[in-house]
Design a protein around this ligand. Sequence first.
Ligand SMILES: [Zn+2]
Length: 268
Amino acid sequence: MRYIEPHGHMVSRTTDDYQAMVTAGCAAVCEPAFWAGFDRKNKHGFYDYFLQLTEYEPRRAAKYHLPHFSWLCINPKESEDPGLADDVLSLIPDLLQKPNVLGIGEIGLNKNSRNELLILEKHIQLAADHDQLILVHTPHLEDKLKGTKLILDALKNHSSLQPGRVIIDHVEEHTAPLVLDSGFWAGITLYPESKATPNRAIDMIELYGHERIWLNSACDWGHSDPLAVPKTALQMRHRGYSADFIDRLLYRNPLGFLSQNPRFRTAD
Ligand SMILES: [Zn+2]
């Protein structure tokens, strides 16, 4: 089989994980900027992280013949300090020139606070100004439904923004219809415990269809599984899905969204 891992925090993983993913059929991995497990003190900490995402990590993946791409932003968890957020935002336009950058992400909300919303709107403006794709993180600790509605309103306020160029990730049963009905793409995140298990994800596909949906493992420094996507494919085979349907959901769907940036390519 072949698949794309459209959302994996590979800075948190060992090279053994790269080897296992490629062995399982991974044809490309995309890495959004996120919270590192601690708050960075100043913009220099973010600059070093952005270089890790755009220079070091692609080289590490290339050792396994795996194309690696990244998304840039200051994550919502560290957006509570608007001064720091503005400093970090000022770094991004130059870095958008790096050859593996696909867009702005993962932006969004964590606690649905006023400052998070302010910085979310600045990111959306930055993406609009530079004609970038957007990847959005929806909250999972606080109120996901309220946070998703706030995010959708902020996106819809930008009339120039095309919904088909935005993916809203970490959707669940109560938020997927809102996202899809508005014309956006939806991401389902596969976690061993929180977010969606493989079986819940397949149930959602059966409820809401498979158009404009991708599956990802988000594999980060917490309890997560970098092989969650191919393991879901096996679960789908158990349920009787064809190899062609699985290829469409796990490979051709993310390929369709990501190829809106001409830099994107897969290993095959
Ligand atoms: Zn993430």
